[in-house]
Design a protein around this ligand. Structure first.
Ligand SMILES: *Cc1c(COP(=O)(O)O)cnc(C)c1O
Length: 486
């Protein structure tokens, strides 16, 4: 085990439940004696006595501080989850979202009293439009999947307006599971499309599936194998030639910021995950934001209201006859939007481009240095993430899961495993741009060490993780019957 890796064994602090720590009569605080005489509750309000433990202040401080040390986050170490872009989120953006005038702004205030908030929303709409190369943006969707749903509703509204009935939608086998789900929720039947031997879509396969009953295609680019779809323009031309529309899943925008013009690629609607690319911490379920950006032809269908700018200030435009309507209360998840706005302004255009360049560089560095250690799923150069598999280790009866668990002992949050589904035993690593070379070198060393251990002492991997509070779990039971006791 590396001497410098983050996973050195140290103090793992045990911590019982507060009920086990409490002792009758201990007190966390004292308040002045009341001058008002005690009065008994009316009998109908009296219930069973509530079992609340008595604790001193330090008992409580230690309890929660210790629990906090069991948590792992990007502030503690590298978070390798591919497809999730678990990058470091600069604290300045948190600070901005917490600015009193912003965090306490009431969503029901009149427009004249909300000019600052509306300006921020308007400018963010404009920035995201420019960053993607599209023509307009709605900030309402609360997450990527919600953006997809919004996009599919717009597809449906567009074809309805044209008096066309289209029932199917093409979904590549590398797509995130939310893609077919969003399409199905809007009544489209997902038609699976297999990716080619190089991990990319082939234009002739798209041409074979595309017909006048198909609403279009949902494409993730770069795709979930971390590869840029080289035939993107050819594919979108095929879809458009048959009157279809193209949905772009922009979850992997971290590889394309300021570099790819999605309109020129032929994308009609796309979502961004602000909680992946634009500096909102994520994990644990949100909140997030999944703004949708569209080309001119689809502008009328965007959710209402949109924030617009008039000569005398900013306003909410509800007067949009073809809009799919509101899909989120008020202005969406406003705090997340503020973080993205602050992130974009503090980075500036050139640095946003650097984000993509460094994210791609870091992933390719890992790919290059690990390709003799782990089986590389595809030879095509990576974008922001690289996909390996356990093919080389399987003969030792060591699986991706074993290696992922052992990596925890070395101090790393495991990468995404067994996704994308098209790669058996996938190990998908996304380092992001915020990791430096020394830390990435350390990670590479740790992965090499795990693979060496697999050869020398496979038992170690079967037992892993051994340095954690909780050892290897029965994952099915853990998900279905969680033990929340710690
Ligand atoms: C994360 C992700 C989504 C879904 O986004 P959420 O914000 O989690 O709803 C969709 N597609 C891809 C490729 C993703 O990585």
């Amino acid at each position: 085990m590396s001497n410098h890796g983050p996973g050195r064994k140290g103090l793992i602090l045990e911590e019982p439940l507060l009920w086990e720590k409490g002792k009758k009569g201990r007190n966390g605080f004292s308040i002045p004696e009341s001058e008002v005489p005690e009065a008994a509750l009316p009998p109908e309000l009296e219930g069973e006595p509530v079992d609340i433990p008595d604790l001193s202040e330090i008992d409580i401080v230690r309890h929660y501080t210790r629990l906090s040390t069991w948590n792992f986050g990007v502030d503690t170490g590298m978070y390798l989850l591919g497809s999730c872009t678990m990058k470091y989120n600069p604290k300045i953006n948190e600070k901005m979202a917490g600015t009193p005038g912003i965090s306490t702004a009431h969503p029901m205030l009149e427009e004249v009293h909300s000019q600052g908030v509306l300006q921020l929303l308007y400018e963010l709409q404009e920035y995201l439009t420019v960053i993607t190369g599209m023509d307009g943006t709605s900030l309402q969707p609360a997450a990527g999947a919600h953006g997809e749903l919004c996009g599919m509703l717009m597809f449906a509204a567009y074809f309805k307006k044209r008096g066309e009935t289209r029932t199917k939608i093409i979904i590549p086998d590398t797509a995130h599971g939310t893609n077919p789900a969003s399409a199905a929720l809007c009544g489209f039947k997902p038609v699976p499309l297999a990716s080619g031997p190089d991990g990319m879509l082939q234009a002739e396969d798209v041409a074979a599936l595309m017909d006048e009953e198909t609403a279009g295609i949902m494409i993730t680019n770069p795709n979930t194998l971390g590869l840029f779809e080289a035939s993107i323009k050819e594919i979108t031309d095929i879809i458009h030639a048959k009157g279809g529309l193209v949905y772009g899943d922009g979850a992997n925008m971290n590889a394309a910021l300021g570099i790819v013009d999605f309109k020129k690629c032929g994308i009609d609607v796309m979502h961004l995950n602000l909680h992946k690319t634009f500096s909102t911490p994520h994990g644990g379920g949100g909140p997030g934001a999944g703004p949708v950006c569209v080309v001119e032809e689809l502008l009328p269908y965007l959710p209402a209201p949109l924030v617009v700018k008039h000569d005398d200030g900013y306003a909410l435009d509800y007067n949009r006859a073809d809009s799919i309507g509101r899909i989120h209360a008020f202005h969406g998840n406003f705090g997340v939007l503020v973080r993205a706005y602050s992130y974009i302004l503090s980075m500036g255009g050139e640095n946003l481009k650097r984000v993509a360049e460094l994210a791609v560089l870091n992933a390719n560095y890992i790919r290059e240095l690990l390709q003799d250690t782990l089986h590389l799923a595809y030879q095509t150069p990576s974008m922001h993430e690289c996909v390996f598999s356990d093919k080389k280790q399987l003969e030792l009866k060591i699986t991706t899961l074993d290696m992922a668990k052992r990596l925890i002992d070395h101090g790393y949050h495991p990468p995404t495993i067994y996704f994308p589904l098209v790669v058996p035993g996938a190990i998908m690593i996304e380092p992001t741009e915020t990791e430096n070379k020394e830390d990435i070198d350390q990670l590479i060393e740790a992965i090499k060490a795990v693979v060496e251990e697999a050869q020398e002492d496979p038992e170690r991997l079967y037992q892993a993780p051994t340095l954690t509070k909780v050892r290897r779990l029965d994952e099915t039971q853990a998900a279905r019957k969680p033990c929340l006791r710690g």
